[in-house]
Design a protein around this ligand. Structure first.
Ligand code: 3PG
Length: 213
């Protein structure tokens, strides 16, 4: 289990970039977690898009207990229980349903629902969420979307993800309602397949060095 219980806002505050990890082979997960932490990254998300995702999470929590490691692509209430049982420090979803919101609220797992419109923000706020994932950020309006939503929802902060490359990140982080940017580029498939931990540590260092507004 995660050693420290943090709120979602505190977890997002731990770093400007949150790596999004698709891990098929859980046997590499411990080394991957150590490489990310060695590069200065202490918050990352393992997506529930592979068979091995939850075994990977367990191995990462064991290898890097100081990190906040979440599970993404939670689509159902059952996914929430599985993630929490496996030791997730937080959960992420590309969207939000009533069942999902109730499951998260009843188990107390820190959570960011995905939103892409004003109505979706309003629904997520009704369930009590104030931290949200803007998804898919690149096709939903990106920085201009954050600028448009900021004055309307001054109490909400966003973690944009989806198609964001390193060159785009400073413009996102310059927005006061953008706390953290998510992306898969920190752990490229080829580097993971090659177990290039030094290369991944270098990218993690680059991710951790981005400055917030
Ligand atoms: C997400 O879940 O937000 C995406 O998988 C992020 O991946 P990308 O950085 O490759 O768009």
């Amino acid at each position: 289990m995660a050693t420290t219980m943090r709120t979602m806002r505190e977890i997002l505050a731990r770093g400007p970039v949150m790596p999004i990890l698709t891990i098929a082979d859980a046997s590499v997960a411990g080394d991957l977690a150590r490489a990310l932490v060695a590069g200065g990254v202490s918050t990352f998300e393992v997506v529930l898009r592979t068979q091995g995702a939850l075994d990977a999470l367990k191995a990462m929590v064991a290898a890097a207990p100081e990190a906040s490691i979440g599970v993404g692509t939670l689509l159902t209430a059952a996914d929430v229980s599985r993630a929490q049982d496996a030791g997730a420090a937080f959960g992420v979803s590309p969207g939000l349903t009533r069942d999902l919101a109730q499951a998260v609220r009843s188990c107390g797992l820190p959570f960011i629902p995905g939103v892409a419109t004003a109505s979706e923000i309003m629904q997520a706020r009704e369930f009590g969420f104030r931290e949200m994932k803007l998804f898919p950020a690149n096709v939903s309006g990106g920085v201009a979307w954050l600028q448009a939503m900021g004055p309307v929802f001054p109490d909400v902060v966003f973690c944009p993800t989806g198609g964001i490359k390193p060159a785009d990140i400073p413009a996102f982080l310059a927005e006061p309602n953008c706390t953290t940017v998510g992306g898969s580029w920190v752990v490229p498939k080829d580097k993971l397949a090659a177990k290039d931990w030094a290369g991944i540590e270098k990218l993690a260092r680059q991710a951790a060095a981005f400055a917030r507004a």
